[in-house]
Design a protein around this ligand. Structure first.
Ligand SMILES: C[S@@+](CC[C@H](N)C(=O)[O-])C[C@H]1O[C@@H](n2cnc3c(N)ncnc32)[C@H](O)[C@@H]1O
Length: 295
């Protein structure tokens, strides 16, 4: 494994300013990744503070522990949807703050062995959690045409969902589809080559990744359980990278604010500054929403 993988934490200073209201508090990093945000946060927190870090990816967790190297961090190889239970197990009534930096890390995307990359060939995997039996290959090779079409439409917002699903069904009759390049070529064939600036299979890869990892279900579940994660006076911050996720966050935050028990810290989603986007391309589509629990 290459230990030089990098992932630059996005909007770290803005998030720290808005989230870390109690320097000795308890915080949840729901998507620890390589620990970029957590490391930044710990530099701002005092010796009494604690961060509970969750990730589905055991390899990322191991690297995060090494990189952060701080006894104030406790890690869980689990979905962030387990945060309410883990807080309870520790006898905590809730956290002072929680961050959910959704999607995948640069380390996962750039590592061909993880099968997320359209550009580098690798096994058709795309699982955050290696123990998850549902890989992208299982979906592509075994799911019925209607299900493939549905995820391409719902999770990829792919306008060519039907012809792409058909092309996959046809290709898999010739033999199993096992690599990212095989799939990328099947989709490119439907588009008759490249389309604009992005690879024609971008939406298909997004759809498969979301389906494999139950990403939208997990986000919705965590949003529905925010009262069990954040204590009164605490805040939750969510960084999203596509409109499907952002819509869920925006709608749920609106509902919570309407209840009178929560307030939106920023009315509209915040985006990174131009300089950050210039230095880190992954930041270009980031949107940040923060909410505070008042009672
Ligand atoms: C964008 S990265 C986080 C990067 C991190 N903030 C940093 O600065 O290094 C997202 C991480 O969330 C993890 N992840 C995605 N869905 C998850 C879930 N439901 N529960 C826990 N971790 C999840 C992924 O495995 C990935 O490592």
């Amino acid at each position: 494994m290459n230990e030089t993988w990098v992932h630059i934490p996005i909007m770290a200073a803005q998030i720290a300013d808005m989230l870390l209201l109690n320097p000795g508090g308890v915080y949840v990093d729901g998507t620890l990744g390589l620990g970029g945000h957590t490391k930044f946060f710990l530099n701002r927190l005092n010796a009494q503070a604690r961060i509970l870090g969750f990730d589905k990816d055991a390899e990322a967790l191991r690297m995060a522990v090494e990189r952060v190297n701080d006894p104030r961090l406790t890690v869980f190889h689990a979905s962030y949807t387990q945060a309410p239970q883990e807080l309870k197990n520790l006898g905590l009534e809730g956290a002072d703050g929680a961050l959910f930096d959704l999607g995948l890390s640069s380390y996962q995307l750039d590592n061909p062995a993880r099968g997320f990359s359209i550009l580098h060939d690798g096994p058709l995997d795309m699982r955050f959690d290696q123990q998850n039996p549902l890989s992208a290959a299982v979906i592509v090779n075994t799911w019925p045409m209607g299900e493939l079409e549905r995820i391409l439409k719902e999770y990829g917002e792919e306008r060519n969902a039907t012809p792409i699903a058909l092309a996959i069904m046809q290709a898999r009759r010739q033999g199993e589809i096992t690599t990212t390049q095989q799939l990328a070529q099947i989709v490119a064939g439907v588009y008759g080559g490249k389309r604009g600036k992005t690879h024609p299979a971008t939406q298909t890869f997004q759809a498969l990744r979301i389906a494999c990892n139950q990403e939208l279900e997990n986000v919705q579940q965590a949003l529905d359980a925010l009262e069990k994660i954040i204590k009164p006076g605490g805040r939750a911050a969510v960084l999203t990278f596509h409109s499907l996720e952002d819509r869920l966050v925006k709608n749920r935050f609106k509902e919570l604010a309407k209840s009178g028990a929560w307030r939106l810290v920023n009315k509209h989603a915040l985006s990174p500054q131009y300089d950050e986007v210039r230095q880190n391309r992954r930041a270009r589509s980031a949107k940040l929403r923060v909410i505070e629990r008042m009672k």
